[in-house]
Design a protein around this ligand. Structure first.
Ligand code: BES
Ligand code: MN
Ligand code: ZN
Length: 486
């Protein structure tokens, strides 16, 4: 979606949209349009959209009224995003190719206008690459949104949000692609392509290098697949020279069959998005670089495919992780933690980061606990957890904190190795987090975000269509803005 700033509205260029607050139809509204809006119960509630027409100088002008809700609402910016999203959802496949949002008289400031545009752009994203026979009337037609009479500073505010949208769209693309297209090597290739010229430095560890480093846990997962694993490392140094970086580490299981502990067939296709944590990390790096964030951030993606095979690891196998700790692999479907533990060990050794934040579609149990409204956060540090939860609330990528503790930790003790990779069924998301915590260095603030319920949506949401949501990018970007910059 192309977003342009124009100085004035012009006729014959598609619908003209106006932002309308709750119960406040503009006084200068065409009386026929106003009557039509009232008759169809348009009241300016957030997300409402009235599609009408007015006679203008002998021609007919299509006009959209977009409900923005109560101007004093404390989640005003989120409402403005929903308003922008509602209008693009309405016209996306309408046949209209361009839409002009007229901010004159809207009362919005620069941040408000940028929020409308962000919602509009995010809701417009869809991935039709593989649809070669879409009927004409279902094809996306809307390609341009013009912002007319935008408030002072809106263009600069939008430049920042546009960087965020770039990151979210990249994440959605990675998550949407099927596993025959996006696998460890091609994930890396796409990141290299997309991050080229942004100033993000990329390093890639291949199988031989990981073997030499002793990453037996990650490699044990990968060994059943013909697709070789990769560790993708992205460095953004926008902060003070020599400042300790903050590390984001993503689970990038490009397909999770469960391995020899094979998953049931029904719904297994969902496991193409078991790389959603890695996708969020890659998208965040793009957003941070595009807006030149003044922070030092490392993104690390542990990329593997989990397959059953003659060479796959077996339940009961004991593997040695890079940390030296040994793991009895009770269930090959609890593979995400095996990937993360080596990725986290390597990240700590390499960078001695100020904090480690990992993101993973780690457990089905997380979805049972929180559904699709919050991701779970587990942390050894109240300050870090508080900042992330606040960033979640502010950005709309919400988090809810879960407990950790020795009583949970001992549930993953093994009779043969240092630990086993699964605990009992109860508290499955917590024992998964306890497993990861065993790899976090003493004194390193760490948070684990279990985003299993958030990466993929079965129905449209505030600023996304059904499918990949891009969860995590806004959260991490907000955390960086509020706590690592300035
Ligand atoms: N990738 C899955 C978790 C998952 C399930 C994410 C459904 C999103 C939707 C993970 O690798 C997994 O299989 N976890 C197991 C752990 C169990 C074997 C301890 C699970 O949740 O069932
Ligand atoms: Mn699994
Ligand atoms: Zn998995």
């Amino acid at each position: 979606m192309q977003i342009e700033f124009v100085s004035a509205t012009s006729a014959a260029s598609g619908p003209l949209a106006r932002i309308v607050n709750l119960d406040a139809l503009p006084a200068d509204l065409d009386p026929v349009l106003a009557a039509g809006a009232k008759a169809s119960r348009f009241s300016g509630k957030t997300g409402q959209c009235h599609d009408g027409f007015v006679a203008a100088g002998g021609a007919v002008q299509r006009v959209a009224l977009i409900g923005a809700g109560d101007p004093a609402a404390k989640d005003r910016l989120a409402n403005l995003e929903r308003a922008g999203a509602a209008v693009t959802a309405k016209y996306l496949a309408s046949g209209e190719t361009a839409l002009t949002i007229d901010f004159a008289g809207s009362g919005l400031d620069a941040a408000g206008a940028a929020a409308v545009l962000l919602g509009a752009r995010l809701r417009a994203w869809r991935y039709d690459t593989y649809r070669t026979r879409l009927p004409e009337d279902q094809k996306r037609s809307l390609t341009t949104i013009r912002a007319a009479n935008a408030p002072e500073g809106a263009e600069a505010a939008w430049a920042v949000e546009a960087a965020l949208a770039d990151g979210i769209e990249f994440t959605r693309e990675l998550v949407t692609e099927p596993a025959n297209i996006v696998y460890p090597e091609s994930f890396v290739a796409r990141a290299q392509e997309r991050l080229a010229g942004t100033g993000v430095a990329i390093r890639v560890l291949d199988e031989a290098e990981m073997k030499a480093l002793g990453m037996g846990a990650l490699l044990g997962v990968a060994q059943g697949s013909v697709r070789p694993p990769r560790l993708l490392v992205m460095e953004w140094k926008g902060g003070p020279a020599g400042g300790k970086p903050t590390a984001f580490v993503g689970k990038g299981v490009t397909f999770d069959t469960g391995g020899i502990s094979l998953k049931p067939a029904g719904g297994m296709e969902d496991m193409k998005w078991d790389m959603g944590g890695a996708g969020a990390v890659a998208g965040t790096m793009l957003a941070l670089a595009r807006r030149k964030a003044k922070a030092n951030v490392i993104g690390v993606c542990g990329l593997v495919e989990n397959m059953p095979d003659g060479n796959a690891q077996r339940p009961g196998d004991v593997v040695t992780s890079m940390s030296g700790q040994t793991i009895e692999v009770i269930n090959t479907d609890a593979e995400g933690r095996l990937v993360l533990c080596d990725a986290i060990t390597w990240t700590q050794k390499e960078f001695a980061p100020a904090a480690v934040i990992d993101l993973a579609t780690l457990t089905g149990a997380m979805i049972i606990s929180l559904g699709h409204e919050h991701a779970g956060i587990f942390s050894n540090d109240d300050d870090l957890a508080g900042k992330l939860v606040a960033a979640g609330t502010a950005s709309g990528d919400k988090l809810w904190r879960f407990p950790l503790g020795p009583a949970y930790d001992k549930l993953i003790d093994s009779p043969i190795a240092d630990m086993k990779n699964v605990g009992p069924r109860e508290g499955g998301s917590i024992t998964a987090a306890q497993f990861i915590q065993r790899y976090v260095d003493k004194g390193t603030p760490w948070a684990h975000l279990d985003i299993a319920g958030m990466v993929w949506a079965s129905k449209p949401g505030a600023t996304w269509d059904k499918g990949a949501t891009g969860y995590g990018v806004r959260l991490l970007d907000r955390f960086v803005r509020d706590h690592l910059e300035g």
